[in-house]
Design a protein around this ligand. Structure first.
Ligand code: 4AD
Ligand code: MG
Length: 463
């Protein structure tokens, strides 16, 4: 029979219930009177179950010395009201079985606090800590809320390909996928013939599922993708990963304002649901990780986001009197410091910037009549900066073809994408939200590498 999970026992367990639990020992204390206290955790919640083991309990004598931090045990017994502070109930063991020892000399997770840098080196053990257990549960709650949000609104969940032959963002940050023998080819020093490669032409890991999502949006209606995406950006920052998860809704008949409204409602919905489903974990983050995280999240759920054209943001930044590391100038992309100034200092709340210069945005964004800007929108939030990037899409065949040429893309390579504009074209919009940046926002963690179980970054793909 499956053992009871500690989260349920702590909430619903009644004095007198006979239960079995299994988990990992956080600490053990032995009393002089000949019994021991075990703090047991099974990962189902932040709190431990206190287990009291008398010396006369079956298995005590032979195993108790090996019941050390990190060891795994199975315990049966009765729940009792706890006389101790900080817990409602405790478990009085009638049997104790040691499942696996954890050599106290070598077990890397000792009781003291470890730095996040150190824990990244032991990513196979870090989910056993309070912080990373909580992040795993919150990431799960966020993922579930994302599906709920779209499912409740009738969006179809579409799985778009991970291997692709087009570069959606046109930034050339692609991880190549090949079965060619690179070592042999390097020795031969010949031109690479991609017709000999697995797909008969260059292929890569996807940077975004958007182009394929547009195909479905213009066929079956509102839809979304939610999957891994890959970017070979050589940026060693606290906000970039080489492999990250993106949610990309795509909606026919939406113009930019509808897109902004959906993005705002989406972020609010997810945050509310996480606050509701993970109150203990959220309290922990607020206490131990970032004392302002709950305040920031409540501010987001309670107030409308600011909506501001890019051009006005530039005016604000130029007039701010602030010393920035990167220059502010119309036509340049905003840096994280600029985004944070707007959301943390100037407006003190999320900001949706829109109508960006076309020269800094990809080919698929709808051109405005001013000939200078496109219907792009970025949602910026405090601490994280850009959390969502999206746009209204160019639905006019001639304008789109011209834009591709301007962006040095060959329209022939995108024949199927252009077909969507040839046959029954409609205005449509969508956006992409980076899951790990949302986890960062919600947990208050400063480094995105701690917001995904196994981070992939330049020179790092361990585990
Ligand atoms: O702004 P981006 O590049 O937009 C797109 O890919 C569009 N095709 C989305 C769409 O319209 N369907 O990326 C979207 C979001 C960013 O706002 C950010 O949250 C996240 O993806 N992101 C990253 N997260 C972690 N590491 C990286 N290297 C990221 N690059 C983008
Ligand atoms: Mg972007």
């Amino acid at each position: 029979m499956a053992p009871a999970r500690i989260t349920r026992l702590l909430k619903e367990g009644q004095s007198g219930d006979q239960v079995e639990v299994r988990g990992w020992v956080r600490t053990r204390r032995d009393s002089k009177q000949g019994f021991s206290f075990i703090e047991l955790n099974d990962g189902s919640c932040m709190a431990n179950l206190q287990v009291v083991v008398d010396a006369n309990v079956e298995g005590y004598e032979s195993t108790i010395k090996d019941v050390s931090t990190g060891a795994s045990v199975a315990v049966t017994g009765k729940l009792n009201e706890s006389p101790g502070k900080g817990q409602r109930i405790e478990l009085h063991a009638d049997s104790l079985k040691l499942l696996g020892t954890a050599d106290a000399q070598n077990y890397p997770l000792q009781k003291k606090r470890h730095s996040f840098e150190f824990l990244r080196e032991i990513a196979h053990l870090r989910p056993r800590t309070n912080t990373f257990g909580a992040i795993a549960r919150v990431r799960n709650a966020i993922s579930s809320a994302i599906h709920n949000f779209f499912q409740e609104r009738g969006f179809l969940y579409i799985q778009t390909p991970i291997i692709t032959t087009s570069d959606c963002e046109g930034a050339g940050e692609l991880f190549q996928v090949t079965t060619l023998d690179l070592v042999r080819l390097a020795k031969l020093q010949t031109e690479i013939d991609f017709t000999q490669d697995f797909f008969g032409k260059p292929a890569s890991l996807t940077v975004s599922g958007q182009l394929e999502a547009e195909i479905y949006a213009t066929s079956v209606g509102d839809c979304y993708t939610f999957g891994p995406t890959f970017r070979a950006e050589n940026s060693n920052t606290t906000r970039h990963l080489a492999e990250f998860w993106m949610v990309e809704p795509e909606m026919p008949f939406y113009e930019l304002n509808d897109n902004m409204a959906l993005a705002e409602e989406f972020i609010r919905y997810v945050i509310r649901q996480v606050l509701e489903t993970c109150p203990e974990d959220m309290e922990f983050f607020n206490l131990r990780i970032d004392k302002t995280v709950l305040e920031t999240l409540n501010n987001i759920t309670e107030n409308d986001f600011i909506r501001l054209p890019y051009t006005e943001a530039i005016t604000i930044l130029e007039g701010s009197g602030q010393e920035f590391e990167y220059p502010v100038e119309w036509g340049r992309d905003l840096q994280s410091e600029h985004e944070r100034f707007l959301t943390e200092t100037h407006f003190k709340q999320p900001v949706i910037l829109y109508d960006y210069p076309r020269t800094i945005k990809p080919f698929y964004m709808r051109c405005n009549d001013d000939d200078k800007t496109v219907r792009a929108m970025d949602v910026l939030v405090p601490r994280v900066g850009e959390i969502i990037g999206g746009s209204q899409r160019e639905e006019r065949l001639d304008v789109l073809t011209d834009r591709m040429t301007e962006c040095q893309l060959d329209p022939d390579d995108y024949w199927w994408y252009l077909d969507l504009r040839r046959y029954g074209t409609v205005p449509h919009s969508g956006f992409g939200l980076g899951l790990e940046r949302l986890v960062q926002l919600v947990t208050g963690m400063t480094n995105i590498r701690d917001c995904i179980p196994f981070p992939r970054t330049p020179k790092n793909a361990e585990f």
